[in-house]
Design a protein around this ligand. Structure first.
Ligand code: NCD
Length: 366
């Protein structure tokens, strides 16, 4: 059972709900034919306003394999967004055509906004909102790890690459830190470490982590190595005077120092950070991980669409007592939609900071 009607942030699910989704994904992978008619006559809308290969196609495959159908909107230039329609109106209308909407958008908080725009009966799934979160990639990662390692706890996890802008690592570390006895090694080129907010919350929770810029120095300690590419669409590489050193690339030589049962994952697309010669190594799990995306998303679609109560829209908190200052995150959806008002989480409003309802960025009270 899923308590939440929408899947925007995996932190809103309990660990037992996540475990249930993972277990269901593995059961479906073992016997997909048992599920082929479960979502007959249901319609999914995929709205992808940022490039995607795996996430979009695995969602569409998942819906088709469950007997459902999909409609799709990709290029803003070929939709009414190009005529000046607000994102809110587009989401409201597309949501009225479907039972579930899968949204990818370049702005942080876009999926949270969608939960307030869609009509009753339409669930929203976050398929990546800027550099913020990618919760269905995390589900995929958890299911893959469970399949390969048989456990989600007691692991030393190396997160390597662009930890600043990589939404997959943000979602993954937040989730894996909820399982017992996991520790993290953060391997990032200078200037591309985890955002300060996220580091502070890991510290608050007492999560064990170390930081380094060199993969070869730490690879022998790891059970899982999670590689990511530089998110060059989110920052200007040419502005980085010192360039990007390559001692976080994975090559067959670096892998020689790793344990025999290391699991190497990557959400893909891979650019230069994993040498293709690594692909033949039995520890390379990233293509298996991409296939698991279908089963993880089948599990999520089933749990969301088979809830006894249909999804209902989320109310944006009223502005009573909140500061009217704009959200300090320049990538927040509130800066892209001129008619959208700022909103902050009421439960965290007291104290000296508050949290944007859409993008979750904590900001000092002015
Ligand atoms: C990731 C994404 O879009 O964040 N890709 C994916 O969904 N598998 C990773 C990336 O683009 O680097």
């Amino acid at each position: 059972m899923m308590n939440v009607p929408h899947f925007v942030d995996q932190s809103e699910c309990s660990v037992s709900e996540l475990n249930d989704l993972v277990a269901l994904a593995l059961t479906i992978e073992d016997c997909p034919a048992d599920y082929q008619d479960r979502l007959r006559h249901r319609v999914m809308a995929t709205v992808f306003l940022e490039p995607s290969t795996r996430t979009q196609l695995s969602f569409q495959t998942a819906m088709l394999r469950l007997g459902g159908q999909y409609i799709t909107m990709n290029d803003p230039q070929t939709s009414s967004l190009a005529k000046g329609e607000s994102l809110m109106d587009t989401l409201r209308v597309v949501g009225s055509y479907a039972d579930v909407m899968v949204l990818r958008h370049p702005c942080e908080g876009a999926a949270r906004l969608a939960t307030s725009c869609v009509p009753s009966g339409c669930a929203v799934i976050n398929a990546g909102d800027g550099g913020h979160l990618h919760p269905t990639q995390t589900l995929t990662d958890l299911a893959t790890l469970m399949r390969v390692k048989g456990r989600l706890s007691g692991l030393t996890i190396g997160l390597c690459g662009d930890l600043k802008y990589g939404r997959t690592v943000h979602s993954l570390i937040k989730t894996m830190s909820r399982y017992p006895d996991n520790q993290f090694v953060l391997i990032a080129p200078p200037g591309l470490g985890l955002p300060a907010d996220l580091l502070a919350s890991l510290k608050d929770q007492g999560v064990t982590f170390t930081k380094t810029t060199s993969l070869s120095e730490v690879i022998s300690e790891l059970d899982l190595l999670y590689m990511t590419r530089l998110q060059t669409e989110r920052f200007d590489l040419t502005q980085r005077g010192e360039g990007i050193p390559s001692d976080w690339f994975l090559t067959p030589k670096t892998l020689q120092q790793a344990s025999a049962d290391l699991c190497v994952m990557h959400p893909l697309p891979r650019v230069h950070e994993i040498d293709p010669d690594v692909d033949a190594d039995p520890r390379a799990t990233y293509f298996q991980q991409a296939s698991m995306g279908v089963y993880a998303r089948m599990a999520l679609l089933l749990r969301l669409l088979e809830r006894p109560t249909p999804a209902s829209p989320v109310e944006i908190p009223p502005q009573v007592g909140t500061p009217q200052a704009p959200c300090q995150n320049p990538h927040c959806i509130t800066h892209q939609q001129p008619t959208l008002k700022n909103a902050y989480r009421p439960e965290i409003e007291s104290g000296d900071s508050f949290v944007c309802f859409f993008c979750d960025q904590r900001q000092p009270r002015q």
